[in-house]
Design a protein. Structure first.
Length: 230
């Protein structure tokens, strides 16, 4: 299968958490910027993020969580393109409007034929919708490679979808910024969530990594880059 090269890029705590707790009202970006000993170096994550791939894949849930459905003012437009998977949907018309003003192009992927994005398709020339009866990540990556000639994408979705990418052998590289923070909580989302294996017969679903770079950042932050061995 021809697909883009994929890099899972996330901010996480030392214990692998990507959120502050088990609630959509909690958010690592917002919450960790208030913690002394963590907030001082948080800017480094955003600086590294700004140099990632032109295409970034995320979810409507994450976008709704950071408040795009409620923004009253537009951000300055950024030179990147978002691939957003949103089936529930989590995004409303206001959220779609905000994203179309924010990013160079919005590619919305959905299995929901009643998604509000369809009402705005003629309004924005930078809004594309990819509709599927059911979502197959292999098919999605193949389609976006062929349709948009995408060579590389950065994955920044939640732990559950990250887990699906892992189990389907669709992650090529991992790039994590580790904050000097312990979060805890059995139900707090981690870098990789989803279904756990239940027997040694499934050990093939685990993916070994080869370290490419380990960089000590300022304020006790660390950046780790790995290649996923196939």
């Amino acid at each position: 299968m021809e697909k883009p090269i994929t890099t899972l890029f996330m901010l996480e705590s030392l214990d692998g958490k990507i959120n502050s707790g088990n609630s959509d009202s909690l958010d690592a970006d917002k919450d960790w910027s208030q913690i002394t000993g963590v907030k001082e170096g948080l800017h480094q994550y955003y600086e590294i993020e700004s140099a990632t791939d032109f295409y970034s894949l995320n979810t409507g849930r994450v976008m709704a969580k950071i408040g795009v459905n409620d923004k009253s003012e537009y951000h300055d437009k950024v030179h990147c393109r978002f691939i957003i998977i949103d089936n529930k949907p989590h995004l409303n018309e206001k959220g779609i409007d905000y994203l179309c003003h924010w990013v160079d192009r919005l590619i919305l992927v959905t299995t929901n034929k009643n998604h509000s994005a369809f009402l705005l398709q003629e309004t924005y020339d930078n809004l594309d919708i990819l509709f599927y009866d059911s979502l197959n990540l292999h098919v999605l990556l193949s389609d976006i490679r062929k349709k948009y000639h995408i060579e590389a994408i950065t994955i920044q979705s939640g732990g559950t979808l990250n887990g699906k990418f892992l189990r389907e052998n669709l992650i090529d590289y991992v790039n994590v910024v580790i904050a000097p923070l312990l979060v805890g909580g059995k139900e707090t989302s981690t870098l990789i969530d989803g279904e756990a294996i239940t027997s040694s017969a499934e050990l093939g679903k685990l993916k070994a990594l080869r370290l490419i770079e380990c960089k000590q950042l300022e304020n006790s932050y660390i950046q780790l880059k790995y290649k996923v061995t196939k």
